[in-house]
Design a protein around this ligand. Structure first.
Ligand SMILES: NC(=O)c1ccc[n+]([C@@H]2O[C@H](COP(=O)([O-])OP(=O)(O)OC[C@H]3O[C@@H](n4cnc5c(N)ncnc54)[C@H](OP(=O)(O)O)[C@@H]3O)[C@@H](O)[C@H]2O)c1
Length: 312
């Protein structure tokens, strides 16, 4: 059996359960493409899965490989996998119910791959798919954000937030973000019009008549967000469906979004990247064997943009 180096989880738990070791190299099934992973983006869902927080919703056969953000090169196409050939440079947010990208190889459905942006190296490209697709699907597909509207983006400095700020600006919206003060300058450079230091100011005291709220925080941040919306506005949460009673009480709508692989949207995102309108913000690039440290960093909840694991 062919093997590869990978980071695997044999039992749910803290960062120490991540084991860098030999694992079976995946075989591409029907409709799959085998991709040589060059870099894997790290996202909060990786450590939530590792810690067993998603059990019931996502059920894996252990040992499993986390990481659902990747950039790499096509190694081989399985039966019925069309559109890709050996050597193509690709990036993807693959199916989260399967083994992930903290590994030298991953089998991905052909329809979940898109062309890697040409202007970026693999490390930068791997920081894009999951967070940028989340921002796109939350702001545009669910929120219907349009030119001239106002959006409040919570955790604007985070993985999802940094893409949401840029995408909302590109759409022609007025962008308000919450972030600690040290992140304000760089967020202005990314396109935010107004920033609120959530440590000093209660955003609901200064923000009014917003068309769309992007809730990346849940809890009391979500509870306090309803009142900043104008009548008919929408709160889009990426942390579970919001209460329909609360939405009705405020005369607004609430919707939950769980990001889905989307080849067409990922291709469009790649075009924006290559035309200089969208860029990933990367706090650190670590070698794959430092996945444990990457999780410890991401779990502080104060990463600026993304952390990436370099695989090749
Ligand atoms: N439903 C989905 O499909 C989906 C997809 C992606 C992510 N998610 C979830 O969405 C959440 C955000 O993801 P992410 O990747 O953006 O996380 P992240 O990168 O870890 O977010 C870190 C950012 O949060 C900011 N932050 C922390 N506390 C804050 C507060 N009280 N108010 C405002 N900002 C605050 C920090 O900014 P400061 O350092 O300035 O405080 C930091 O920049 C996670 O829980 C993740 O699991 C869901």
């Amino acid at each position: 059996m062919a093997t590869m180096r990978a980071v695997r989880v044999h039992e749910y738990g803290g960062p120490e359960v991540l084991k860098y070791e030999d694992a079976p190299r995946p075989e591409p099934g029907t409709g799959d493409v085998l991709v040589r992973v060059h870099a894997a983006g790290v996202n909060p869902v990786d450590w939530k899965v590792r810690a067993g927080m998603t059990r019931g919703f996502l059920n894996y056969k252990l040992p499993m490989i986390p990481g659902w953000d990747l950039s790499g090169v096509v190694e081989a196409a399985g039966a019925g996998a069309t559109g890709w050939k050996k050597g193509d440079e690709v990036y993807s947010r693959p199916d989260i119910s399967r083994d992930g990208a903290y590994a030298e190889y991953i089998a991905v459905k052909a329809s979940e791959l898109a062309h890697k942006p040409k202007t970026l190296d693999h490390a930068k490209a791997s920081a894009i798919p999951l967070a940028a697709l989340t921002a796109w699907q939350a702001l545009f597909d669910a929120g219907g954000l349009a030119m001239g509207q106002t959006v409040l983006i919570h955790a604007a400095a985070g993985g999802v937030g940094t893409f949401a700020v840029q995408l909302a600006k590109w759409k022609g919206a007025r962008v308000i973000g919450t972030a600690s003060e040290g992140n304000h300058e760089f967020l202005k450079e990314l396109g935010a019009d107004e920033l609120i230091d959530y440590n000093k100011v209660r955003f609901e005291d200064t923000v009014r008549d917003v068309d769309v709220v992007l809730d990346t925080m849940s809890g009391e941040t979500r509870d306090r967000s309803w009142k900043v919306l104008k009548k008919g506005g929408i709160l889009v949460s990426i942390l579970g469906p919001p209460s329909s009673e609360e939405a009705a009480k405020h005369g607004v709508r609430g919707v939950g979004v769980f990001v889905q692989p989307n080849q067409k949207e990922l291709e469009e995102i790649g075009v924006l990247v290559d035309s200089g309108k969208l860029k990933p913000i990367i706090e650190a690039v670590l070698p794959l064997e430092d996945a444990r440290r990457a999780h410890e960093m991401n779990q502080t909840l104060h990463t600026r943009g993304k952390i990436v694991l370099q695989v090749a």
